[in-house]
Design a binder for this molecule. Structure first.
Ligand SMILES: [Mg+2]
Length: 194
């Protein structure tokens, strides 16, 4: 049973927001691929009042760009103690551990999973992390696992249905305005990820 009052979603990066693979360029810089459907859901989670925290042991400027694009304020890079860093975010935002979900894939995430209200693991997480999770996603990290948990959390309070309704209503309104046939619909091309 997913608690209806989850206010914070804490995410790892490698293996959760990405598939865990690093493309290393000739200068030794790693490149990561993020999932746009994950990004779309993270925007709506925040728009509905949720707080997203990213806590990772690694550091990269690419992550800062991605987090900025998604409006994520709480990003801890180079974390040596993920639990302590999450606790700082929770203290700063006044959110209780029981109101927090953590999605992880590997052992450094385990302390977090064991201390929050909604522990979650990606499908390809290591066995110990999956065993500690209340829910294991169907999708793997970097391929929609984050999208899946955001929907799971937001459906528990009816918030995801409101997002779907938002877009359905746009379609209905468009039809009422004379349909979209033969004319260009404003705002459909440029806005990525909502
Ligand atoms: Mg990881």
């Amino acid at each position: 049973m997913v608690p209806a009052d989850i206010r914070c979603l804490c995410l790892d990066v490698d293996g959760v927001l990405t598939d865990g693979r690093l493309f290393v360029d000739d200068d030794g810089r790693p490149l990561r691929a993020f999932d746009v459907q994950d990004g779309f859901a993270l925007r709506w989670f925040q728009r509905s009042g949720g707080v997203v925290a990213i806590v990772t042991g690694k550091s990269s400027r690419g992550l800062v760009h991605r987090a900025t694009e998604l409006g994520i304020e709480h990003v801890v890079q180079g974390s040596e103690d993920k639990l302590r860093d999450l606790q700082r975010v929770l203290e700063a935002t006044g959110i209780e551990p029981r109101q927090t979900a953590v999605l992880g894939d590997d052992l450094p995430d385990l302390p977090l999973l064991l201390s929050v209200g909604l522990p979650l693991a990606v499908a390809n997480a290591v066995e110990e992390v999956r065993a500690a999770a209340q829910y294991v996603t169907i999708r793997t990290g970097g391929a929609g696992a984050v999208r899946e948990v955001v929907e799971l959390i937001m459906r528990a309070s009816g918030r995801w249905e409101e997002v779907v309704e938002h877009y359905r209503r746009q379609g209905t309104d468009g039809r009422r305005d004379g349909g979209t046939e033969g004319r260009r619909v404003e705002g459909t091309e440029a806005r990525r990820e909502g």
